[in-house]
Design a protein around this ligand. Structure first.
Ligand code: SME
Length: 164
């Protein structure tokens, strides 16, 4: 079943995230396929938040230890492989922590996929103690992400974790 995009321009960011989380719960309850769900969640986020430049998942590659490979996303084409410890995504995977970067030019080793990207948040998806993927969101605005984003995006990936 498809999810209808809702008009969110009169909602606060917090209210918008709460609506998105409700929609993600519906998506996951209707479909158990991982790729289908990651694809729809990427689309839902990209089409809901106008300040999201790029949103998508990098998934731990079972055939290549400590390496992330590009998964479902929305936005311009991106680099396909990121080693754990490299860039914002690989650092988040290594540390098993959400990372907020206010200015990507100030993050040592930041991997440029789109020169329009100015700030970024990466949330790891951890199952049984292992990093299975990261959710990566880029914005074309500096300092676009804060604790509200990390709180709700962490709640969102917790809904996805059992699919991995
Ligand atoms: N900037 C990321 C790479 C992925 S793209 O932003 C889509 C990083 O430094 O890990």
């Amino acid at each position: 079943m498809a999810i209808q995009l809702t008009e969110t321009k009169d909602l606060t960011r917090q209210e918008t995230y709460e609506l998105v989380i409700t929609q993600v719960k519906h998506l996951v309850s209707d479909e158990s396929n991982l790729v289908a769900n990651l694809a729809n969640v990427s689309s839902l986020l990209k089409n809901t938040f106008e300040d999201y430049l790029w949103v998508g998942f990098y998934v731990a590659d079972p055939d290549s230890p400590e390496e992330l490979v590009l998964g479902p996303f929305q936005g311009r084409p991106a680099c396909t492989r990121i080693k754990f410890g490299k860039g914002v995504c690989g650092t988040s995977a290594s540390l098993k922590q959400t990372i907020i970067v206010d200015d990507v030019d100030q993050f040592p080793g930041h991997i440029v996929c789109d020169s329009l990207s100015k700030s970024e948040i990466v949330v790891p998806i951890i199952f049984n103690g292992n990093v299975r993927a990261v959710l990566d969101v880029d914005s074309d605005r500096l300092s676009n992400f804060n604790q509200t984003d990390s709180r709700y995006l962490e709640e969102l990936v917790n809904i996805l974790t059992p699919l991995f």
